[in-house]
Design a protein around this ligand. Structure first.
Ligand SMILES: C[S@@+](CC[C@H](N)C(=O)[O-])C[C@H]1O[C@@H](n2cnc3c(N)ncnc32)[C@H](O)[C@@H]1O
Length: 287
């Protein structure tokens, strides 16, 4: 059984070790270290775009962008590249400007962040639009999700694509806690506190625990709906996308505890996710 840690692709190993503790902890820094692998993700969606459209993508819109780490990685990949990020919360946006964009100098100025709803109009039409780390699960009603996706499709470049990630599997609706040691020197804790099957209400938290025994409890909380892939594909098609693909992560068989390989393959039926305790996938929708 392939097994994946939810809400975490974790690209932490690049960071030098230092002493993390609750005092002075920066939850956005910890989140980026434990959860995001932005460099890998932008390369992946660029590869998907090249394969589908036969050229290099230039413009990105990052929805639910938080600290805009993906946008920052995107513009590093070429001088033509630009990005726009949208998030309601000013706090991660200003953290991201300071820690992810300003250090890039001129390249950072090719990213424009908007404190706005993901349903707000694009200023520029992107080749790739992204909703990452399951954030589209904030949209709980079908009508709400459909409205968002219709806007997404309308505002894409003519040959644009939309990518959103999703996880599922036997463990997805389980009320459970999963711990993972992060190379940088702390423990990441993913908690699925509550899942209610009637309307798929899904409440999850991220906590961090440090080597000195201190803890940043429920540093992030998510009130989501646990959508299934088949439901989401239906809504994407209803939104008018010409084609909807699913790309599933392969399994790394090199260790005893099977884990995701980080490599994604087109897989309409989701055979790669079959029998998995937890699988990760991208939904890719073509305008
Ligand atoms: C899980 S974080 C995702 C951060 C980042 N995209 C990532 O990949 O890790 C979710 C973000 O979505 C934002 N958010 C939630 N609902 C939103 C909405 N309707 N419009 C814009 N941003 C929203 C929150 O403020 C939060 O920063």
């Amino acid at each position: 059984m392939a097994k994946t840690t939810k809400n975490s692709r974790g690209g932490a190993s690049r960071q030098p070790k230092r002493r993390y503790t609750k005092k002075g902890a920066d939850r956005y820094e910890l989140y980026q270290l434990a959860v995001q692998s932005a460099e890998h993700d932008v390369k992946l969606v660029s590869r998907i775009y090249r394969r589908l459209r036969g050229r290099e993508p230039v413009g990105l819109r990052e929805d639910f962008c938080g600290t805009a780490q993906l946008s920052a990685e995107w513009v590093k990949l070429g001088e033509q590249r630009w990005a726009e990020g949208y998030d309601l919360d000013p706090e991660p946006l200003s953290w991201g400007r300071k820690h992810n964009l300003d250090p890039l100098g001129a390249a950072g100025s090719r990213v424009v962040l908007h404190q706005d709803d993901v349903r707000a109009r694009s200023r520029r039409r992107p080749d790739v639009r992204l909703a990452q780390n399951f954030s589209w699960w904030y949209l709980k009603e079908r009508a709400e999700l459909l409205d968002y996706l219709q806007r997404v499709r309308r505002e894409l470049a003519d040959d644009g694509i939309f990518c959103m990630d999703i996880y599922g599997g036997l463990e997805a609706p389980e009320e459970m806690v999963e711990r993972r040691k992060i190379d940088a020197g702390f423990t990441y804790i993913w908690e699925q506190e509550r899942y209610l099957p009637g309307d798929a209400e899904y409440r999850c938290h991220i906590s961090f625990e440090f080597k000195d025994g201190t803890k940043l409890k429920r540093a992030f909380t998510y009130d989501w709906r646990l959508w299934t892939m088949a439901e989401a594909k239906d809504v994407l098609r209803d939104a008018g996308f010409s084609e909807v693909q699913s790309w599933f992560e392969g399994t790394d068989h090199s260790t005893k505890e099977l884990s995701g390989s980080g490599i994604y393959y087109p897989d309409a039926k989701g055979r790669l996710g079959r029998d998995c305790a937890g699988w990760l996938a991208y939904l890719v929708a073509l305008k």
